[in-house]
Design a protein around this ligand. Structure first.
Ligand SMILES: NC(=O)c1ccc[n+]([C@@H]2O[C@H](COP(=O)([O-])OP(=O)(O)OC[C@H]3O[C@@H](n4cnc5c(N)ncnc54)[C@H](O)[C@@H]3O)[C@@H](O)[C@H]2O)c1
Length: 276
């Protein structure tokens, strides 16, 4: 009789992980997944109460600050590495979505209907790019691209000398398949891919690995502001026929955080239900 071969992921006992934006959605799921395998998780969020909730649930600790503050990032990561004597895993996940605009949604749906019947001459101009302010563009790049840079840099200061550590950066499928109206989000997320590839090549020979995940459409509070019609339209474009669950992405992040992904460095991983 054949015995079933059951392989489980290695233990993360004794390892220290730092997850940004872990008060909600994907980040909270990543924190839970790493803790489930034994890691001590430092839960960052700009929302201290949300970070506290995640940390309490997994026996982790809170580091509440805005990832666009490089001084706060350096101080928090240094404090964790000093206190625990190590930093093994850094997940740069904190992010924001472009604010929902009802009027624009109505125009987009109306345009979509007109396209379906070939009424191209009567489409309404949307002006997404023209109306995007300096501040909106700035904030999007700051949170995603600067936040990821600050987190990666702060972590490498401890990982490279130790010749040990993994960094997972969170991009998006919209980096590789952008959509109209979110050019700043797409640009920031595409920047994260380039940053990750470059840093991965830099540190590959020194025991540190840096990879990037591109989630598809995942059911988190980030998507809550979407109108039901837009949500339905998105699901229609996903071959899997549904949104992803945070826990499904957490398995990928857990793989990249641990030794199972030992040959992955500067690599890009999409999980999109076939959307890309
Ligand atoms: N949900 C999706 O469909 C999807 C798809 C692709 C990529 N992503 C990316 O995944 C990441 C997590 O998104 P989510 O869906 O879990 O969203 P979410 O809104 O549920 O969680 C994001 C968390 O990040 C925190 N945050 C935001 N800005 C911050 C800052 N400047 N400093 C510290 N914390 C901050 C928020 O307070 C929140 O708790 C984001 O980078 C997002 O762009 C999400």
């Amino acid at each position: 009789m054949h015995q079933a071969i059951v392989r489980t992921m290695s233990s993360l006992d004794g390892q220290v992980a730092f997850v940004t934006g872990a008060g909600s959605g994907l980040g909270a799921s990543f924190a839970r997944r790493l803790a489930a395998d034994g890691a001590h998780v430092v839960v960052n969020d700009r929302d201290e109460a949300a970070a506290g909730k995640t940390a309490t649930a997994i026996g982790g600790e809170v580091a509440a600050f805005d990832v666009t503050d490089s001084v706060a990032m350096d101080a928090a990561v240094d404090r964790v590495a000093m206190h625990h004597g190590r930093l093994d895993i850094m997940i740069n996940n904190a992010g924001i979505a472009p604010p929902h605009n009802e009027a624009r949604t109505a125009i987009n749906i109306d345009n979509q209907m007109k396209r379906m019947v070939g009424d191209i001459d009567n489409l309404t101009v949307t002006n997404d790019t023209v109306e995007l302010s300096d501040d909106e563009f700035d904030r999007m790049i700051k949170v995603h691209l600067y936040g990821t840079f600050y987190g990666t840099r702060a972590a490498l200061r401890h990982m490279t000398p130790a010749r040990r550590g993994t960094v997972v950066n969170v991009s998006s499928v919209l980096a590789v398949r952008p959509m109209p109206g979110a050019l700043h989000y797409a640009a920031a997320k595409a920047g994260i891919i380039a940053l990750t590839k470059s840093v991965g090549q830099e540190v590959a020979a020194f025991g540190v690995r840096v990879n990037v995940v591109c989630p598809g459409w995942i059911d988190t509070p980030l998507l809550a502001p979407l109108a039901p019609e837009i949500r339905a339209g998105i699901v229609m474009q996903v071959p899997a026929g549904r949104l992803g669950r945070p826990e499904e992405l957490a398995e990928l992040v857990r793989f990249l955080a641990g030794p199972e992904s030992s040959y992955c460095n500067g690599d890009v991983f999409t999980a999109s239900g076939g959307f890309v």
